[in-house]
Every structure is written in structure tokens, then in C-alpha cells.
Design a protein around this ligand. Structure first.
Ligand SMILES: [Cu+2]
Length: 227
């Protein structure tokens, strides 16, 4: 989760999020270069005496300022498309979990098991135990095995919601009548927090997502205890 007053993105937990962080830094460097060049040109324009006021055309500089932005755009577009296709890839998931958005909670179904499903509601502030996070804790966490490819199926029962976990680089819209798919892979065990990311009604802010990524043997014990 984010710490108070955090400016940047959350630390990456999945390979995809690492790629996204690199891409963000790469694009930001290009933005810095362009901004400093523009600021430099503005300062020159404001201070210099304009001596060539009757220059009619300048072929060379026009060629440069047409081709250079095109090259810069390609330098952004290619890595962006690469990550887009990587995120779209579903390679042999070991587990499938379906989540439905409701006004205003999430429900989860482990479709590989016969009868493993539950609702996940936010814990109200007055019921929080010491150390639990306000507006982020839920009554039933989504327990998942770490270091494994998991397929998430995301849909909604009522209005548009969005299932998002920033440190895993996930954000998928939950759309009524449509089943969206995304891959989830965590490299470390831990708790990963997210929130509904589509304005979905009066309690939109109160339907958090908590993933508990554990080693496989713990997950097996948990799923056995839930059946
Ligand atoms: Cu929502």
C-alpha cells in the first residue's frame, strides 16, 4: 500500500508492475528533456533581440522539428505496446478466481473448487483492531498462492466497478454482462491493498480489495478450511 504523502507509484510486486515502473521513468525522462528545451527556448525568446524578422523560410529546422517529435513518439509507443501485449498474455494459469463487483462490496468465487466463494466487505472503522488500516481492511481477504500465475475473471452484478491493485499493476473494469480477464502473479508473500477504481455510487470509497499472497502449502490449508 501507499505510505502517507507518497508521491510516486507503489513498489512493484509483479514482473508486469516492474515493467510499468521502468516505462513510467522512461517516459518521464523524455518529458523532462522536452520541458527543459522548451523552457530554454522561451528564456532565449524573452531575452534575445530578434534580428532576423524578415526571414521567410527555414527548410532545415522545419525538417528537424517535424521528424524529431515523430521519433520521440515512436520511442514512447514501442515500449508501451510491448507492455500492453505482455499484460494481455495468459500463460497457463494454475488457478482461476472470479470476482463480481456489487454495490458496494466484492464477491469472489474460486471456480476450480466446488463450493469456495465468499463476499468481501470493508471493515467499519469502529470495528478495526489495532494495526488494521482504515477504509482498506475487509472481513474476508482473497487468499492466493504466491509465485503462481492466477487468472482473474472480473465482472459486475449492477453498475460499472473497477478491480484495481496498484502494486501488482492491475486495474480491470468490472462491467455488467461482460467477463474481463487479467493475469495476476506476485513474487513475494504479503498483503496487497486496492480499491474500486470506477465511481460506482455513494459507497464507492468503501469497497476495498485485500489480497493475501501466501506460499502454496498455506493456500492449500486455507482452501481446505474454507470448504
Ligand atoms: Cu465500485
Amino acid at each position: 500500500m501507499a505510505y502517507p504523502l507518497q508521491m510516486g507509484l507503489q513498489d512493484a510486486t509483479s514482473p508486469i508492475m516492474e515493467e510499468l515502473l521502468h516505462f513510467h521513468d522512461h517516459t518521464l525522462m523524455i518529458v523532462f528533456l522536452i520541458s527543459s528545451l522548451v523552457l530554454y527556448i522561451i528564456s532565449i525568446m524573452l531575452t534575445a533581440k530578434l534580428t532576423h524578422t524578415n526571414t521567410m523560410d527555414a527548410q532545415e529546422v522545419e525538417t528537424v522539428w517535424t521528424i524529431l517529435p515523430a521519433i520521440i513518439l515512436i520511442l514512447i509507443a514501442l515500449p508501451s505496446l510491448r507492455i500492453l501485449y505482455m499484460m494481455d498474455e495468459i500463460n497457463n494459469p494454475s488457478l482461476t478466481v472470479k470476482t463480481m463487483g456489487h454495490q458496494w462490496y466484492w464477491s469472489y468465487e474460486y471456480t476450480d473448487y466446488e463450493d469456495l466463494s465468499f463476499d468481501s466487505y470493508m471493515t467499519p472503522t469502529q470495528e478495526l483492531k489495532p494495526g488494521e488500516l482504515r477504509l482498506l481492511e475487509v472481513d474476508n481477504r482473497v487468499v492466493l498462492p504466491m509465485e503462481m500465475t492466477i487468472r482473474m475473471l472480473i465482472s459486475s452484478e449492477d453498475v460499472l466497478h473497477s478491480w484495481a491493485v496498484p502494486s501488482l499493476g492491475l486495474k480491470t473494469d468490472a462491467i455488467p454482462g461482460r467477463l474481463n480477464q487479467t493475469t495476476l502473479m506476485a513474487m513475494r508473500p504479503g498483503l496487497y491493498y486496492g480499491q474500486c477504481s470506477e465511481i460506482c455510487g455513494s459507497n464507492h470509497s468503501f469497497m476495498p480489495i485485500v489480497l493475501e499472497l501466501v506460499p502454496l502449502s498455506y493456500f492449500e490449508k486455507w482452501s481446505a478450511s474454507m470448504l
